[in-house]
Design a protein around this ligand. Structure first.
Ligand code: AMP
Ligand code: ZN
Length: 111
């Protein structure tokens, strides 16, 4: 856990462009944005991926989901937005600290 990049960002040891923080999560801009708006919603608690979720994380997960439309609104994404959670190497996950991508602000490619 000590060499987890997102834990270091949560701790403020590595800089990030934060747009929101509360007692459960921080939200910052992705360093390699894939859309005009590309945020990462990251829990302060280290949970590696969806595979490691347990019932004790239910409140946290509900908070993360309910935060998304509020963040999108504040970013001016009136038309809508895309959310992505990559899980495991097969899902394209590169950083093993759970996070939700929030994307929008341009024509996103079809899926
Ligand atoms: P994932 O592939 O779902 O694990 O996504 C990891 C995301 O973290 C990628 O979109 C990266 O561009 C992003 N990322 C990596 N390093 C940083 C960093 N130092 N600050 C902000 N975003 C980062
Ligand atoms: Zn971590």
């Amino acid at each position: 856990m000590n060499d987890c990049l997102f834990c270091k960002i949560v701790a403020g040891e590595i800089p990030s462009e934060r747009v929101h923080e509360d007692e459960q999560v921080i939200v910052f801009k992705d360093i390699y944005p894939k859309a005009p708006v590309h945020l990462l919603v990251v829990p302060r608690l280290h949970v590696a991926s969806l595979n490691e979720l347990a019932p004790e994380h239910d409140r946290l997960m509900a908070h993360m989901l309910r935060l998304l439309p509020e963040l999108a609104r504040k970013q001016g994404l009136a038309d809508g937005f895309r959310t992505i959670i990559n899980t495991g190497p097969g899902g394209g996950q590169e950083i093993f600290h759970l996070h939700i991508h929030l994307l929008g602000g341009g024509r996103l490619p079809g899926f």
